[in-house]
Ligand binder design. Structure first.
Ligand code: PMP
Length: 445
C-alpha cells in the first residue's frame, strides 16, 4: 500500500474507521471501540443520531451556505438567541466561527479592539495560565501555556504573560484556601510588575482540558481573578471550547462558580461532531463599543453559515428534550466512583479529578512524592494503546516537566447510559491491569 499523503501525527498507522453508532465506533477489521473521549471531547451526543441528521438534511434542502454579510439566516439568529438565553442573558451578543481556535482568536481580537475603540490602545497583552491550551492558530497559541506546542513558534508569536493556576493535587492538600491566596498574590505581583494598564484580558479555562488533565479551578480563585480584572480594568475571557454546552453538567462551566466572564469562547460540543461550529459570546456593551467604532475587523468565510447553525440548534434542542444535563450528573457520579475505585487499586494513579463528564486521571511514578514517570517512558501513550487494545478510546497527554504527570481524559458522550458507563470502566480496568503488570515489571528490574 502506498504511504498515506496525510501527516497528522508521527507513530504507527491507524486503522480505518468504518462506521459508528451511539457511543461505539468500528474499524474496517470489525473491531469495536467504546468512545470514552467523544473523539476530541467533541462528539457530545454520540454518533449516528437520526434527529441531527434530519435537521441537517432539512437545512441542506433549503440552503447550505450563505455569507453572513449578504443574508440574515434564521438558524443563525435562533442559535444566537438560544445561546444568549443559556447564559441567562449575561452575555447578549454572539459571533459565530467554525472551531475552538477561531473562537479564542476572535475573543482576543474583540477584546483588543474594544480597548482601541475605548481610547486605551496601550492595552496590548494578555495574561493566561501555564499549563493551558487555547488553540493552534498563532494568536491562540500565544496565550497557550504548553511548551512542546509553543517551542517552534516562540520567536514569532506574541506570548502572553504566563502565570501558574491553582494545582490542588501538588500544592493544595490540607490548606487549599492558602494555596489559592498564594497563587492570586503571585498573579497580582506579575501583573503589577508588567503594568496593569497594559493588560487587555485574562484568559483561562474554567476547568482545564487536555493540558492539565481536568484540573479544577475553584470558586475562590475565579472570584479572585474576576476581582483583579475589575480592579485593573481588563476583561475576563473564559475559554469554554471544551467545557461549554454541557460537558461539566452546566450549560457553561462558569455557572458552577457564579463568576461571569466578559467574553466566552465555545466550540467542540456545539456541533457535537456533526458539523464545525463555534461561537464567541460577549457582554453587549463591548460589542456596541466596537460596532460604533466602525465594526469588528475580523471574520471567517464559513462563520455562522445556515448549515452550521442548524446543526448547533439541533444539538441544543436534543439536549433539552432529553434532559442531557441530568444524565451528565448521574453518569458523572458513576464515573467518578468507578475511577476513584481504580485509583485505590493502583498506586501509580496519582489523582482523579473532574466535574460532570470531564474526568482526568494523572499517572505518577511515586504516589507519595507525586513524582511523574520519566518523560522518555511515554507512559501516556502506553496506557492509551492498551485501552485501545481493550476496545476503549481515551484522550492522552504526555508529562510536562514540573507541572503535570502523564495523564488521560475520560470524557464519554454526554448521552452515555449506565450500562455503557459500566462497560467503559470494565475496559479501562482491563487496560490498567495490563499497565500495572508492566509498571511492576519495569520497576522490579
Ligand atoms: N481551547 C480549548 C480549551 C480546547 O480544548 C481546544 C481544543 N482542544 C481549543 C481551544 C482549540 O479548539 P480547535 O481544536 O477546535 O481549534
Amino acid at each position: 500500500m502506498a504511504p498515506s499523503p496525510l501527516f497528522y501525527q508521527a507513530g504507527p498507522a491507524l486503522p480505518e474507521v468504518s462506521h459508528a453508532k451511539g457511543v461505539y465506533l468500528w474499524d474496517d477489521t470489525g473491531k469495536q471501540y467504546l468512545d470514552g473521549c467523544s473523539g476530541a471531547i467533541a462528539c457530545n451526543l454520540g454518533h449516528g443520531r437520526d434527529d441531527i441528521r434530519d435537521a441537517m438534511l432539512a437545512q441542506l434542502d433549503r440552503v447550505a451556505f450563505t455569507y453572513r454579510t449578504q443574508f440574515e439566516s434564521a438558524p443563525a439568529v435562533a442559535l444566537a438567541e438560544t445561546l444568549v438565553t443559556l447564559t441567562h442573558r449575561q452575555l447578549e451578543k454572539v459571533f459565530f466561527v467554525s472551531s475552538g481556535s477561531e473562537a479564542v482568536e476572535s475573543a482576543l481580537k474583540l477584546a483588543r479592539q474594544y480597548f482601541v475603540a475605548s481610547g486605551e490602545p496601550q492595552r496590548q497583552r494578555f495574561v493566561s495560565l501555564r499549563p493551558s491550551y487555547h488553540g493552534s492558530t498563532l494568536g491562540a497559541l500565544g496565550v497557550t501555556g504548553y511548551e512542546p506546542l509553543e517551542a517552534p513558534f516562540a520567536d514569532i508569536t506574541t506570548a502572553s504573560l504566563k502565570v501558574p493556576g491553582p494545582d490542588f493535587y501538588r500544592h493544595g492538600d490540607a490548606d487549599d484556601a492558602w494555596h489559592v491566596t498564594r497563587v492570586l498574590e503571585e498573579t497580582r505581583a506579575t501583573i503589577e510588575a508588567a503594568g496593569p494598564e497594559t493588560i487587555i484580558a485574562f484568559v483561562l479555562e474554567p476547568v482545564g482540558g487536555a493540558s492539565t488533565g481536568a484540573r479544577l479551578l475553584d470558586r475562590r480563585y475565579l472570584e479572585g481573578i474576576r476581582a483583579l480584572c475589575d480592579e485593573f480594568g481588563c476583561l475576563l475571557i473564559l475559554d469554554e471550547v471544551l467545557t461549554g454546552v454541557g460537558r461539566t453538567g452546566a450549560w457553561f462551566a462558569y455557572q458552577h462558580y457564579g463568576v461571569t466572564p466578559d467574553l466566552l469562547a465555545t466550540a467542540k460540543g456545539l456541533g457535537a461532531g456533526y458539523y464545525p461550529v463555534g461561537a464567541v459570546l460577549s457582554r453587549a456593551d463591548i460589542v456596541e463599543t466596537v460596532m460604533a467604532s466602525g465594526g469588528f475587523q475580523h471574520g471567517h468565510t464559513y462563520a455562522g453559515n445556515p448549515l452550521a447553525c442548524a446543526t448547533g440548534l439541533a444539538v441544543i434542542d436534543a439536549m433539552q428534550r432529553e434532559h442531557v444535563l441530568d444524565n451528565v450528573a448521574a453518569r458523572g457520579h458513576e464515573l467518578k466512583e468507578g475511577l476513584q475505585a481504580l485509583k485505590a487499586r493502583f498506586p501509580w494513579v496519582g489523582d482523579v479529578r473532574g466535574l460532570g463528564l470531564l474526568w482526568g486521571v494523572e499517572l505518577v511514578a511515586d504516589a507519595t512524592t507525586k513524582a511523574p514517570f520519566p518523560a522518555e517512558q511515554n507512559r501516556f501513550a502506553r496506557i492509551t494503546a492498551l485501552a485501545r487494545e481493550e476496545g476503549l478510546l481515551i484522550y492522552p497527554r504526555r508529562t510536562l516537566n514540573g507541572v503535570a504527570g502523564d495523564h488521560f481524559l475520560v470524557t464519554p458522550p454526554l448521552t452515555i447510559n449506565a450500562a455503557d458507563t459500566a462497560e467503559l470502566l470494565v475496559r479501562l480496568e482491563r487496560a490498567m491491569l495490563r499497565f500495572d503488570r508492566e509498571v511492576t515489571a519495569s520497576t522490579a528490574k
